[in-house]
Design a protein around this ligand. Structure first.
Ligand SMILES: Nc1ncnc2c1ncn2[C@@H]1O[C@H](COP(=O)(O)OP(=O)(O)OP(=O)(O)O)[C@@H](O)[C@H]1O
Length: 301
């Protein structure tokens, strides 16, 4: 089942079209990573799905129900902007208060359990006003999951967290997914998205320009395979021919002592290179092939 589905979803402010007729389907149980440069339109898109702003045109449905819908909102978790937390309440009071407000009143035991999950187990009695930025972020995630929702929207859940806390949150997000939740998250941390997301979309100027699993995105990008070859010394008489051949076979050739790095556009070129080395009586000791990372794919856009 598609848990999130948008059809021609658009948003304009005045004459500026921020989101341009997006058709998107997110299946149940996906950990969906939504990427894009600053101002691409990620938050605007999420804000439409979570009912914070209205679309200018197009439709969306969540859990098969056309949005916005109050019943669906109860089954959806949204990480709030940290500035909207109540500073005079303690973390425990905050979770109890907000869960009651949204019609999903949480028990003290559940509040403690969720504070534990986000790593705030020792801070339940502390006033939110005294929280650091990272602690507020964790409390925001706790608030998003307190009522055990089916879909969870997280806008940059780990930005500003120290590395250890970021890993705790990434593991928590992965566990939520393993337990059947559908998670839709934005992030500027490409390494994180590559590591944990099962589907990735890249947004540019209000449109989704690439979408797929990490492997599918790599397949779009097969033209950048970096190969590092460690080899025996190249006989002087063969050097010119071999290097000239390599330059015609690939690009970005970097020569070092008994090793080289080259970028090729097709895996078949790797086999051809090995044959060319052998013909020049050069032994190959190691071939390292570097697949394009999400960063390569993202930066290429
Ligand atoms: N209320 C608004 N009125 C006018 N323009 C807006 C409004 N909200 C957002 N925008 C514009 O919409 C564009 C997309 O903004 P949005 O916040 O969705 O981007 P984003 O991808 O989430 O960026 P970031 O990564 O910086 O959070 C920006 O050009 C922004 O200035």
């Amino acid at each position: 089942m598609n848990v999130i589905e948008t059809k021609q979803l658009s948003k304009s402010y005045g004459s500026a079209q921020i989101i341009k007729a997006i058709d998107l389907s997110v299946k149940e149980g996906e950990l969906f990573g939504f990427l894009g440069r600053n101002g691409a339109g990620k938050s605007t898109f999420i804000n439409m799905l979570t009912g914070i702003i209205y679309p200018s045109s197009g439709t969306y449905s969540l859990l098969g129900v056309k949005g916005p819908n109050d019943q669906v909102k109860k089954r959806m978790g949204v990480m709030p902007d940290y500035s909207t937390l109540y500073s005079s309440l303690t973390a425990m009071e905050h979770l109890k208060f907000l869960s009651a407000l949204s019609g999903n009143s949480a028990s003290k035991v559940r509040c403690k359990e969720v504070l534990n999950l986000v790593g705030l187990q020792n801070h339940g009695g502390k006033k939110v006003g005294k929280f650091s930025f990272g602690m507020k972020k964790k409390l925001g995630i706790a608030q998003a999951i307190i009522h055990d929702p089916k879909i969870i929207f997280l806008d940059e859940p780990t930005s500003g967290l120290d590395p250890e806390s970021a890993i705790t949150i990434q593991k928590l997000i992965q566990n939520l997914q393993k337990n059947g939740k559908t998670i839709f998250m934005t992030s500027h941390n490409l390494h994180e998205v590559e590591k944990i997301c099962t589907q990735i979309a890249i947004m540019k100027d209000g449109q989704i320009i690439k979408i797929g699993t990490m492997d599918e995105l790599r397949a779009f990008y097969r033209s950048k395979i970096t190969v590092k070859i460690k080899h025996s010394p190249i006989p002087k008489a063969e050097q010119l021919t071999l290097y000239e051949w390599l330059e015609s076979a690939g690009s970005d050739l970097t020569k070092e002592v008994n090793s080289l790095t080259i970028t090729v556009d097709d895996e078949k070129k790797i086999a051809e290179m090995i044959r060319a080395f052998n013909q020049c009586k050069v032994d190959i000791f190691r071939v390292e092939v570097e697949e394009p990372s999400l960063e390569d794919i993202f930066l290429d856009e």
